[in-house]
Design a protein around this ligand. Structure first.
Ligand code: EPZ
Length: 417
């Protein structure tokens, strides 16, 4: 089993170029099923979740070619409408294919996307919304058997929670539906706007992406298009915390600074200087970080839940006590136990985590149990005295492209063995 070996307390310096957003690439690949022609996605990251999405598209009958950062999808020959259980379990977000398969093939059979490290991952909002759009869904033996006897039709959907995945599924299902779909309390994440821009470039009629109310006018057909995936704002935030915890100056490039707006005040509160450029952010960290009074994760444009773990790692060596409140997922503190092994001082009470900053972390063997928690362990290991071994790299490889190569190039003493 491979692991990362980190000898800590080295400073970082230079520039890191951020890869395309995992959480945009996946819904874009699902949405390509709707297209009547070839789709070219540029700036796709080399991640195992993208590999899984390619496997799913090929299983459905699409032709998919990948070269460097480009993924070329031709959905013309798509004919299967099931996603095998093994692929559903490989990637929790395979549920994002549901709306696309139904729209393309009027049928979909897939298994429940089992729980994952962040707690139960319910899909009730996805299913209730699709049912309102005319989808008949039979759930038995852990399997979802979906059909549209009268075809997909537009509907007014009021989301009780601005779910990113549910918003994406409804937008995708609405593009070729009969009539107009209105989503109230829609998710506002940048990935929603990226999906809307892609589909509109293919001839869809989506208005309001990025706001809480989105309208989708059904059209008869979509063409293919070429599209550039937006940068991964969470990967960018992760490298910023790596610079902060090591007292470094780092240029994080190929980003959209405004996508990081919810995180910048937190970086400044702990004492980092932030310089903004057109598509880059420079972080100038102090010798010792100040504590962060409180971080509450919220739907965009609030503080992103995906950045909670790396920012918590950074706060473990800050001067003072930082408070975290995880409002999005039920149990997203699996990284706390591992941070304690590195000498952090953290107490978790339900959704609240209280982090007492310590002077120094000390290296240890730690295990990632989810993607962003794994990134937090790497960030902490960079500042820990001695050697840190990080196991569970398959979690990291789902969302970070060559993280150890990037960090080594910046001066960290890190390698995969
Ligand atoms: C997306 O997950 C992201 N994944 C997650 O990133 C991210 O943490 C999350 O949005 C929130 O920003 C992808 O885009 C592939 P949600 P998603 O539906 O769509 C509850 C990462 O590390 N909920 O907005 O699954 C749910 O349980 C991953 O890159 C329901 O109750 O998130 C959660 O508590 C992790 N019923 C909350 O809403 C539903 O039907 C937010 O979920 C759907 C969701």
């Amino acid at each position: 089993m491979s692991k990362l070996l980190i000898h800590g307390t080295r400073k970082l310096e230079g520039e890191v170029q951020i890869h395309g957003a995992k959480n945009s690439t996946l819904p874009l690949m699902a949405a390509s099923l709707l297209c009547g022609g070839e789709c070219v996605l540029h700036n796709c990251p080399a991640l195992s979740d993208v590999d899984t999405a390619i496997k799913i598209l090929r299983h459905l009958g699409c032709k998919v070619e990948r070269s460097a950062g480009d993924v070329v999808i031709n959905p013309i020959s798509a004919g299967s409408y099931d996603i095998p259980d093994c692929l559903m379990r490989e990637m929790r977000s395979s549920i994002i294919f549901l709306g696309a398969i139904i729209s393309r093939l009027q049928r979909a059979v897939l298994s429940f996307p089992g729980g994952c490290e962040l707690g139960p991952r319910p899909i009730d909002l996805h299913l209730a919304s699709l049912r309102k759009m005319g989808v008949v869904i039979n759930e038995d033996h852990g399997c979802l058997d979906c059909s549209v006897p009268e075809g997909l039709k537009g509907a007014v959907i009021n989301l009780s929670f601005p779910s990113v995945g549910a918003t994406e599924n409804i937008i995708i299902a609405g593009c070729l539906a009969k009539g107009k779909t209105v989503i109230n309390n829609a998710a506002r994440e940048p990935e929603i706007s990226d999906l809307s821009n892609f589909l509109n470039a293919c001839g869809a009629k989506i208005h309001g992406a990025g706001n809480s109310t989105i309208c989708v006018e059904g059209v008869a057909r979509l063409t293919g298009c070429e599209h550039h995936v937006i940068p991964d704002r969470i990967a960018a935030a992760t490298y910023m915390t790596a610079a902060a915890i090591t007292g470094s100056t780092l240029l994080v490039s190929r980003v959209v600074p405004e996508h990081l707006a919810p995180i910048l005040p937190v970086m400044e509160e702990c004492g980092c200087g932030i310089d903004l450029y057109d598509n880059a952010i420079r972080v100038v960290a102090p010798a010792r970080l100040n504590r962060i009074k409180s971080v509450r994760t919220m739907p965009y444009p609030g503080f992103p839940t995906d950045a909670q773990a790396p920012v918590m790692a950074m706060s473990t060596v800050a001067d003072g006590t930082s408070i975290f409140v995880e409002n999005i997922f039920e149990s997203r503190y699996k990284h706390v136990g591992e941070l304690l092994r590195l000498g952090a001082n953290i107490k978790v009470e339900g959704r609240v985590a209280v982090v007492e900053g310590v002077k120094r972390l000390s290296g240890a063997a730690v295990e990632a149990s989810d993607l962003r928690g794994g990134a937090a362990l790497v960030v902490a290991g960079l500042a820990a005295q001695g050697t840190t071994e990080v196991y569970g790299l398959h979690h990291l490889d789902r969302g970070y492209e060559c993280i150890e190569k990037n960090l080594a190039r910046l001066g960290a003493d890190i390698k995969r063995v």
